[in-house]
Design a protein around this ligand. Sequence first.
Ligand code: ASP
Length: 310
Amino acid sequence: MSAVLVVHGGAWAIPDELAPVSVQGVKAAARHGSSVLRSGGSLVDAVEAAVRALEDNTVFNAGHGATLKIDGEVQLDAIIVDGKTLAFGSVSCVKNIANPVSLARAVMEKTSHVMLTGRGADKFAESIGIAMVPTDKLVTECERKEWEKHKKYIAAVNEEFNTQWAHDTVGAVALDSAGNVACATSTGGTRHKMVGRVGDSPVIGCGAYADNISGAVSCTGHGESILKVTLARLILSHVEQGKSVEDASQLSLQHMGDRVQGAGGAIVVSPSGQWAATFTTKRMAWAAAEDDVLWFGIDPKEKLKEKLSL
Ligand code: ASP
């Protein structure tokens, strides 16, 4: 079986001027994650590396480029899951950490817990030597302007958030040639969110899930809706009942739309090598490295390909 690595850069109404850089960013992250896997790295190494590349890219709302919460500060969430053992680590409401996915991995590997939040997570980061990065280094001028522009209209923003506003959470799912799966998700969350708000991304079974029995998923979209339907597990439960990963994603996203009027997207890979990138928002930038091909797209039904050069 071939190894596969799929990434997404968030499901939302990506404006035309951001489309090319978003596609470039996901392609570069998929190449990077795939090269880690091909050079002998573990699956967890590969999804972490792909998500770190997306966190380091200011085009996406994770790590550098994160959105600002209501008080003008950043507050980041991330998770990483190993489908072989069901081990996972997640962090929520962390401040000023450039690569929250690596902190989530440290929670998984260096503590006896699975989730750390807020001040405790920040203190843990400090204790293992992860540097605190000043807000100004993480936040782009463009995000600061958007935050300023919209802060007067917070009520309107919250209403419109569901489909229109920046949801560029990032994520990766991967499969190795032995049929093991893993995934990771990282986000700055929603712009103008309340201090202490936790979205779906760091919550197991909601923003991500991986199990060698059924597959790995990373979600993006309206966090409150994703949490209500436990989207990642919902997709995998459809896969367990015999649906293809594409149908399972579509049915689950459709259910989220019908049941709680939420929009979003997901990337999925199954232990047999099926994969899909599906969304109900206007756009979602995604890329998938499989054999010698790099698949990618941003608009609905778009599936382009080029030779994968690592
Ligand atoms: N799901 C994320 C959240 O609600 C947002 C996103 O996907 O961009 O925090």
